[in-house]
Design a binder for this molecule. Structure first.
Ligand code: ZN
Ligand code: ZN
Length: 405
């Protein structure tokens, strides 16, 4: 009896050791019949990529405060839009703090006669300013912002449902540090990866962006100056914040979108799908990033696009556009959050091509960061030093991202 029990205990022990060994080798799932429903699988057929030529590059600033934000100074809407026009900016979103007007943006910023007579395209939006952080809203037409303001402290499921009903684009602002975006990233379309002329502040925002992209969240990276203060008309109107206007102002940084038309809706669509790059200022070169999928020398997709990986070699092309692109530049390519390669380019129309084979199964993304010769912005002369050598950054070219994620 005693011996049999010892035998049985030995059998149990051996069994335990065996299953432990099997678990360590990761085979225990097969043993139990468990199948991970979220395991990487073929993404299926993806929607075709939109035209690479049928559109227009438009530049703008997506984070601007006017006099309707109570802490701003010398910043009526007419001054903002006149300046924007003078430096060639095509569109703006004036994103005043909604909490300064208890959510009633519609009867403040949007009702301002200067808003209605703007010489540049103005998106409808606001800075959703909540205890859990800040986000910008973007819309081509007026929407009921009051509802988003009123729901701000509710659970994310409730907030997300209201946001969806409003049909707006929601974007996380300065997502790290004070007033970080404390909501689920599942309810947003884009993230402010470059806030203000001070480039060095954005390292954590870039890290969060890479984490979201790596987890399958195809969020667009965008810029925003977060400017609050204008140049006073008379010396007596100067405030302690007036010097900021020479260091961080409209266009530091500038967000470029490849829009199908010169309309607010096309700008928002481009923002949502990621055909976007960000440059240090309105005169700095624009970063363009393309891929040739079948080695025929013709580009098939651009940043923001998503294609199925065929397990074949892809040629990528990075180019700098604009009259200012005449210096020495370093192109840093990021693949899936890590460094892929670094290339030196120069000349009048600097470009570089490189190749890689994105994995046939599972997601891959590539994005580029360009550093080098700063471009002068005479209207905001101190911004150059704050942006250091940062020239511009692209959105990712994606493979095998699930469009229904
Ligand atoms: Zn903010
Ligand atoms: Zn702001």
């Amino acid at each position: 009896m005693k011996r049999r029990r010892t035998q049985r205990m030995n059998i149990v022990r051996v069994g335990l050791l065996l299953s432990l060994a099997i678990c360590i080798r990761g085979v225990s799932l097969a043993q139990t019949g468990y199948v991970n429903p979220w395991a990487i699988k073929d993404v299926g057929t993806l929607p075709p990529v939109a035209s690479l030529t049928d559109g227009v590059w438009l530049k703008g600033d997506l984070h601007v405060h006017s006099r309707h934000s109570k802490e701003s100074s010398n910043h009526p809407i007419s001054k903002i839009t006149a300046f924007a026009k003078s430096v060639g900016i095509d569109y703006l979103c004036i994103t005043d703090h909604d909490n300064h007007v208890n959510g009633d943006v519609a009867h403040n910023t949007w009702a301002d006669p200067e808003f209605k007579s703007s010489p540049v395209l103005l998106l409808y939006g606001a800075e959703w300013t909540t205890t859990r952080g800040h986000g910008n809203t973007f819309s081509a037409k007026p929407y009921d912002h009051q509802r988003l303001y009123d729901v701000r402290d509710q659970r994310d499921a409730t907030v997300g449902a209201v946001k969806k009903e409003l049909g707006i684009h929601l974007s996380a602002n300065h997502p790290s540090g004070k007033d970080h975006f404390g909501y689920s990233y599942d309810m947003i379309e884009s993230i402010e990866v470059w806030n203000s002329a001070i480039w060095s502040k954005n390292a954590n925002a870039i890290m969060i962006w890479d984490d979201m992209l790596s987890s399958g969240r195809k969020l667009t990276g965008r810029g925003g100056s977060d400017v609050h203060h204008g140049t006073p008309d008379t010396p007596e109107q100067a405030t302690k914040n007036t010097p900021q206007a020479k260091a961080n102002y409209i266009g530091t940084p500038t967000t470029w979108v490849f829009a199908t038309a010169r309309t607010s809706q096309a700008i928002i669509d481009a923002l949502t799908n990621g055909r976007v790059s960000v440059s240090a200022n309105p005169y700095a070169p624009r970063v363009e990033f393309y891929a040739d999928l079948n080695q025929d020398g013709k580009m098939d997709m651009m940043m923001g696009d998503n294609a199925k990986a065929a397990g074949k070699l892809v040629t990528f092309r990075v180019q700098l556009s604009g009259s200012a692109a005449d210096g020495e530049y370093t192109v840093n390519v990021v693949k899936n959050g890590g460094t892929f390669g670094t290339y030196q380019i120069s000349g009048k129309t600097p470009f570089v091509e490189f190749t890689d084979t994105p994995a046939a199964l599972g997601r891959t993304y590539y994005r580029v960061v360009v550093e080098g010769t700063p471009t002068a912005y005479p209207q905001v002369p101190e911004s150059m030093a704050l942006s250091e050598h940062m020239v511009g950054l692209s959105n990712p070219i994606c493979f095998n991202f699930d469009p229904n994620f």
